[in-house]
Design a protein around this ligand. Sequence first.
Ligand code: ATP
Length: 234
Amino acid sequence: MTNLLDVKALDAFYGDFQALFGIDFSISAGETVALVGANGAGKSTFLRSLTGLVPDRNARIVFNGLNLGGLPAYRIAREGIAMVPEGRRLFPSLNVEENLLMGTDSGRKGAWSLEKVFSLFPVLRDRRNQKATSLSGGQQQMVAIGRALLSNPLLLLCDELSLGLAPVVIEEIYAAVPQIKADGCALVIVEQDVRRALDMSDRVVCFLEGHLALARETREVSFDVVSAAYMGKA
Ligand code: ATP
C-alpha cells in the first residue's frame, strides 16, 4: 500500500536552535498515529513542519503524491492536511458557526458539512450563535476540531487535544475519533498520556529531544516499552 504521507530525514530549526533531527515518518490513509514525548521533545514542531508553519525545515515530504517542499501553509491546507493547534486558536470576535466555517476556506469538498459537525458535537448546534470565547475549554476544542474537519482533510493533525480539560470532557472528545476515522481520514494525535495514546492508536511514535525514539504498531508494544522510550530509558 502506498503511504498517504512520507517524510524522510526531517530537520527543523528555530534560528540556530535545532528542534528536530532526521525524523523519518509515514502514515497511510485511515491510520491513526499517537505521537508521544516529554515537553519540548519536538511534537508541536513536527506537526507545524508538516503544515508549512516552520519555514526552516529540510526534508522530503511527500503527501498524496505531491512534494510539499516549499509550499506555503494555505496550499498545504488545500491539499488536505488540517491541524487542530495547541491552544485552539479560535477567532474571539466570531461566533461558533463563523469559526467553524473558517475551515471551508480550504475549498475542498467532502463528507463534512456544518450539519455533520453539529451531529458529531450537538452542543455546538445549541451554541452556534454564541461567541467562541463564551464556551468552555472542551467546547472550544470541539470547535477547533469541527473547523479542521470542515476543510475535509485527508490527514488531520491534532496537538494535545486533552490539554487542560477535565477527564469527562477528554472522554467526550476522544469519543469522536472513530467517527472521524470512519470517513477514511488519517490522524496524528499528540498525546502526553501514554495509556490514552495506546488506547486510541494503530501505531505509536515517540520523540525524545528532537529524535525519533520509537515507532511501532500499537498492538505489538506495551505500556512499559513506550514509557521507557518517553523517558529516554529504552
Ligand atoms: P510541548 O509539549 O511543551 O508543546 P513539544 O514536544 O511539542 O513540547 P515543541 O513545542 O515542538 O515541543 O518544542 C521543541 C523545542 O523547540 C523546545 O526546545 C522548544 O523550546 C523549542 N521551540 C519551540 N517553538 C519555538 C520557537 N518559536 N522559537 C524557538 N524555539 C522554539
